[in-house]
Design a binder for this molecule. Structure first.
Ligand SMILES: *Cc1c(COP(=O)(O)O)cnc(C)c1O
Length: 226
């Protein structure tokens, strides 16, 4: 591919402003998902005022965190292995993908080490696909039991991913289901205020169903090439 073509495929600034307008009117926070994208692309959005960026891989996040401005708020949105928590604990803004009690315990432990209260979201499995990570209701209840002794954790809410399908009714139902769970657990966990759901292909449906944080990558940065 020629360089010029690559340039054209980088950040879509118009789309950014359009999205930002649409979302801020509804009080929805935009996380720009920059995984696999170079630092220059992130800086382009940064210069337009974007501060919340999402990454999926610990190593990549560490490199970008040290190379880019330090007022960027880094969201970890991928599957987090518990042995990697220590690397991001000193600076991460919000961990979206807590999908086991094991990793939650590790966040508490690492939070204590760095003397930082770490904000996290509980990832809930709502999709039909087996491959997606997340807690089931039994595990959610275990989390609730575990919380009273925690001093270095803030459970800010929930995150979920809908099935990858053309069936929009299915997607809508999955988001609806997550919103219901969110409301249920909000009564038990008073620090709940964030419902992170919706990506490039389904964020409109997610917002209609009550999302207040969306994670958008390809709409802003173009398709990812692995
Ligand atoms: C990659 C990713 C996104 C962004 O996906 P797009 O379809 O590019 O918007 C959002 N959430 C999670 C958890 C992701 O892994």
């Amino acid at each position: 591919m020629k360089w010029e073509e690559c340039r054209n495929m980088s950040v879509d600034k118009e789309k950014y402003f359009e999205l930002q307008n649409e979302l801020s009117l509804k009080g929805v926070v935009l996380i720009a998902v920059s995984k696999t994208k170079p630092a220059e692309d992130i800086l382009e959005l940064y210069e337009l005022g974007q501060r919340d960026f999402g990454e999926n891989y610990v190593q990549e996040l560490l490199e970008k965190h040290s190379a880019l401005p330090n007022d960027i708020r880094w969201h970890f949105i991928g599957h987090l292995q518990s042995n990697k928590v220590k690397y991001i604990a000193p600076f991460v803004q919000l961990i979206h993908g807590i999908d086991s009690l094991k990793v939650l315990r590790e966040v508490e432990k690492q939070g204590q080490k760095v003397q930082r209260k770490i904000d996290v979201l509980l990832q809930v499995h709502i999709a039909r696909e087996e491959t997606k990570f997340g807690l089931d209701t039994k595990e959610l209840d275990e989390v609730v039991q575990y919380l009273p002794g925690c001093n270095y954790l803030n459970i800010k809410g929930m995150m979920g991913m809908a099935s990858l399908t053309e069936d929009l009714d299915q997607v809508q139902n999955e988001f609806k289901q997550l919103k219901l769970l969110y409301e249920k657990y909000r009564l038990l966990i008073p620090s709940f205020s964030i419902l992170s759901m919706g990506m490039s292909s389904d964020y409109k449906i997610a917002v209609e169903q009550g999302s207040n944080m969306v994670r958008i990558g390809s709409l802003l940065f173009g398709e990812r090439h692995y």
